[in-house]
Design a protein around this ligand. Structure first.
Ligand SMILES: Nc1ncnc2c1ncn2[C@@H]1O[C@H](COP(=O)(O)OP(=O)(O)OP(=O)(O)O)[C@@H](O)[C@H]1O
Length: 257
């Protein structure tokens, strides 16, 4: 099992057309911590994620993984260092089986040469078998073992979310970024997903979670960072954040309304 990484974000800023989506944002997430990021629509949550994952570059500030700066690296280099992002719109290959979907993720992070694959060299066969085993492992960790041979399109939405997680896990991440994993799920599916995420946390993975479902977040997160208009307006344990008048004014009051 891979230990979780420390994430340190400091002074991070990114503007679009002169308007700051993220402004002087800072947060530190300890190894094995589950940190939620909440805030109203347009607060900058997705932008913050993309700045950490590398899909966007920052105008200012730093992102460090275990002390090493990663903010100038392209996404695949950050992935290689253990950053996995599960975007809301992450694609599932509907006609591939659940196992094949996860294997595609594993292929992206293994070293089997393209040429070896093309020539079907023994090294490639060995690697293929390892990838298959690793993918089956990741499916089991996300409760999908019995779905392995089914085309992904037959999986209910909650299972598809688990499949996206399985795919991310196959890259052996040390920091997992989850963008609204519970959106659109029914209560029972949400419950199962919460258990799955809690299980990954207890394995020691560092997790950063953006989620609108406040109940989901309050229950799962060790700490919560609240963004509003691109700035961090609060950071603390769920009970502290829930009682923070600034947060209630900016977000929770509205969310509860
Ligand atoms: N690619 C872009 N081009 C222009 N403006 C953008 C872009 N991405 C984000 N923005 C703007 O930046 C601000 C922050 O957006 P962002 O999507 O990060 O917020 P969010 O908190 O994730 O919102 P939501 O909860 O609705 O997903 C918004 O005003 C948005 O319109």
């Amino acid at each position: 099992m891979t230990a979780g990484a420390t994430l340190e974000v400091a002074g991070l800023a990114r503007a679009f057309g002169g308007v700051y989506a993220v402004r002087d944002a800072g947060l530190t997430v300890a190894p094995g911590e589950l940190r939620a990021v909440i805030g109203p629509n347009g607060a900058g949550k997705s932008t913050l994620f993309a700045l950490i994952g590398g899909q966007l570059t920052a105008d200012a500030g730093t992102v460090r993984l275990d002390g090493r700066r990663i903010d100038r690296l392209p996404p695949h280099r950050r992935a290689g260092l253990g950053v996995a992002v599960v975007f809301q719109a992450a694609r599932i290959f509907a006609d591939l089986t659940a196992l094949e979907n996860v294997m595609v993720g594993a292929h992206a992070t293994t070293s089997a040469g393209f040429l070896a694959a093309a020539l079907r060299l023994p090294a490639h066969h060995r690697q293929e078998r390892l990838i298959r085993e690793r993918a089956a492992d990741c499916l089991a960790r996300t409760g999908l073992a019995e779905w392995a041979g089914r085309p992904a399109r037959e999986l209910p939405l909650g299972r598809q979310r688990a499949l996206q997680l399985a795919r991310a896990l196959c890259g052996r991440p040390r920091l997992l970024l989850l963008d609204e994993p519970a959106s659109g799920l029914r209560a029972a599916e949400r419950e199962r997903l919460a258990e799955l995420v809690a299980g990954l946390r207890s394995e020691g993975l560092t997790i950063l979670l953006v989620e609108h479902d406040v109940a989901f977040v309050m229950r799962l997160a060790d700490r919560i960072t609240v963004l509003d208009l691109g700035r961090v307006i609060a950071d603390g344990r769920p009970a502290e954040v829930r009682a923070d008048p600034g947060v209630i004014g900016a977000y929770l009051g509205r969310a509860a309304a």
